[in-house]
Each structure stands twice: as C-alpha cells, then as structure tokens.
Design a protein around this ligand. Structure first.
Ligand code: 3LM
Length: 390
C-alpha cells in the first residue's frame, strides 16, 4: 500500500473480525469489561493491551489514529475533540513554566490567543519569531517551535526542512499545524518536523459536520501528549465523530484534487479583476514563495485563496461578500461547500490590531475556502459579487 489514495481508504481499518462489517463499527461505549480483577489490574498497569475506558482509548478512535499516523508517516497519533484541544494538549503535555514557544506566523487567531492566554497564566512565553527570524528568536528556554504549513489566512509558507534542522541543532521540538495542506499536499515529518497537528474539523472531515483534532509523531512524544490531553484534560474525541472522520478521509485525496483545481481557477480569475489589489495563492507565479511552494507542496497548492480589495475597508469587503450566493459567509474551511469570510472581523478578531496589521490581515482582506462545486459556477458567483460591489 504505497499510494496515499489507497492508504486513505484502507489504513487503520479492516473488516470487523466479529461480523465482517467493512465500515468500522462505532464503539459507542463508555467502559470495557475486562473480565477478572487480575486482567483489569494488568491493563491499568500497562502490562497487558486492552481497552478500559473511552476517555483513554476507544476502538473507533484508535482506527482513526492509526489511519492518520499512516498518512502522516508517523509512529503514533492521538485524537482530540477539536483542533484546539489537540493544540492545548501539546502545550500542556510538553511544556513547563519558564519554557518558551517560538512561533513563525502568521497563525490562526485562536492559536495565537491560546499561546498568549496559557502564557500569561502558566508562565510560558510565546515569542513571535516571524519578523526577526527563528535563529535570532531561540533562547536557552525555547522548548517548542510552532509553524503552520500554509498560514491562516495569508497563505504564506515556511521552509519546513530549514525550520526543523535549525530547531534540532538547538534541541528544540517542532510542531507543524498541517490543517490547510493535509498529508495529501505536505507531510511535515518527511521534512524533519517532530509533531504534526490538524484541526480535523476542516479538510479531513471535509463535510462541515464534525469537530476534531489530531496530533501525530514519535511514540514517546505522542504518549506524553496523550497522557496529559486525555488522562488529565479529558479532551477525547467521541466515537461518533471518529466514524465521520474515518469516512471523510477515505475521499480526502479525491476532494483535495478538486479543492486545488477549483482554488487555482478562482485565484487566476481574481488576479485579473480591477477591484482586486492582490491575490494570495501559492500556486500563482506572483506568490512571493511560489518556488518554495513548488518544492514543498505536492499535488497542488491547496483549496484556500485570500485576496485584498483595492478599497481597503470593511464596507468594501461587505459589498463583495454580501451578494455571494454559492459561497456561504462562514468561518471554518475545507468543506465540500465553498465558504467565504472576513478574517479581520471573525477568525482573527481576537488578536490585537497591531498583530493583524503586521500579518496583513487588513479590513479589505477576504478569505475563500473553495469547495468542490464546479469552478466555473464559483467564478460566476464571484464575478457577480464583484460587479455588484462596483
Ligand atoms: C478558521 N480555524 O475558520 P478547531 N489550526 C488551524 C485552524 O485554522 C483552526 C484550528 C487550528 C478556523 C475555525 S474560527 C472561529 C473557526 C490552522 C481553526 C482550530 O478547534 O477544530 O476549530 O481548530 O480559520
């Protein structure tokens, strides 16, 4: 099973030995009978394998963890109830008071918010390394480096191999949030990154109907994140949601092809429009990191497009967004349905105006999550909206 498309269907899953059911059963149970006191004690002591309580592990969730570990080329994975639960479990599982996290932005607003909130309350310092560079930002206290494989919402890239080797030389762990790319386009561990993280809520689920997160990496680090995130914080994914993610991931490579083709068509269309000042899409030759994107991304440049209007005002963004019919105005991304949002007033409304300005999250910036509809119809929708806006 070498091709990702084959592994997306089969990895982690096999017909149920009891019934032959091909779809992995939803193990909707809280606890698992262990038979005898001796066997229960051995399972709890970690001396024998076996399920005991769904907060710690559950067969449906385990199938999803095995599938995602396979797709990311990791030894192990642990699933959570949201991407945010996955992120906070990494921080709480691996950091101590006095440690520093260096991040290369821009980041999802919620991630930066989490760093700052945890930092203020638990003595962990978040250092924005974007401007002065990673090498200058690492100190003896740095324990983690955090990047997004394609940044939210500005669609910038970081050279993952360079980040990983710099961090490794200083004994610092690296985490890559691969939500925007999925393992179809980028596999961070192949570039030397230690942990890869996803909001599964987005492309992995793909249908806008389930919330979840996952972290994959070496068994030792995953065990530490699992112990804190599930054992102490209790942010476990439900088996019902795990089932939806297992189902969604089977078609992930097919959907990503459609998302990438649609986004490329939309980006090219927008690049020729009079009311549009700039289009941010790594597949465009005009993208400042197009060469890096070509090298680092495989099979496409993703399904997200961001663009800036000539008139850099909230009212100008509203004039374009409000007439859209096929694009629904909503946050989130990666759904089969196309979505459009105004990051400054939604996804990035919680970060300071100063950070928004630094990261190009302007009032005239619009973010599109291009769905799997026919690109020609999406372009007509955008064309109408731009004409309407004048
Ligand atoms: C959004 N983003 O619309 P959950 N990492 C990345 C993300 O984009 C997100 C998370 C983690 C959006 C959600 S904003 C109110 C809605 C790169 C989420 C967090 O906890 O599963 O939402 O993942 O950009």
């Amino acid at each position: 099973m070498t091709h990702l498309r084959t592994r997306a269907v089969h990895a982690g899953q096999h017909p149920d030995p009891a019934t032959g059911a091909i779809a992995t059963p939803i193990s909707q149970t809280t606890a698992f009978g262990y038979g005898t006191l001796e066997r229960g004690a051995a399972i709890f002591a970690g001396e024998k394998p076996g399920y005991r309580y769904s907060r710690f592990a559950n067969p449906t969730v385990a199938a999803l963890e095995a599938k995602m570990a396979d797709l990311e080329g990791a030894q192990a994975a642990v699933a959570f109830a949201s991407g945010t639960a996955a992120m906070s479990s990494v921080l709480l599982g691996l950091l101590n008071p006095g440690d520093e996290v260096a991040f290369l932005g821009p980041l999802y607003g919620g991630t930066e918010g989490l760093f700052r909130a945890l930092g203020e309350r638990f003595g962990i310092k978040a250092v924005d390394a974007t401007q002065q560079g990673l090498a200058a930002s690492l100190t003896p206290a740095t324990r983690l480096v955090w990047v997004e494989t394609l940044t939210n919402p500005s669609l910038r890239l970081h050279d993952l191999a360079a980040v990983a080797s710099l961090a490794k030389a200083r004994g610092v762990f690296t985490v890559a949030d691969n939500t925007f790319c999925t393992p179809c386009l980028v596999r961070p561990l192949e570039h030397g990154i230690d942990l890869v993280l996803h909001s599964m809520t987005k492309y992995l689920g793909g249908h806008g109907d389930a919330t979840g997160g996952i972290v994959a990496g070496p068994a030792g680090l995953i065990a530490a994140v699992r112990k804190t995130g599930l054992g102490h914080v209790g942010g476990n994914l439900s088996p019902q949601e795990a089932f939806l993610f297992l189902r969604g991931i089977k078609t992930l490579p097919l959907r990503m092809d459609a998302h990438c083709a649609g986004a490329a068509a939309v980006a090219h269309f927008l690049a020729g429009q009079a009311g549009v000042r700039a289009v941010h899409y790594p597949g465009l030759a005009s993208h400042p990191q197009h060469a890096l994107a070509k090298r680092q991304m495989q099979g496409g440049y993703g399904g997200m497009v961001a663009f800036e209007l000539v008139r850099n005002e909230r009212s100008a963004a509203a004039a374009v967004l409000n007439p859209l019919r096929l694009f629904t105005q909503a946050v989130s991304l990666g759904d089969v349905d196309s979505l459009a949002c105004h990051p400054a007033s939604t996804t990035h409304s919680f970060v300071s105006a100063e950070v928004r300005a630094q990261n190009g999250v302007t009032e005239g910036l619009i973010r599109l999550s291009v769905g799997i509809e026919h690109p020609a119809d999406l372009i007509v929708d955008l064309e109408n909206a731009l004409r309407h806006a004048g």
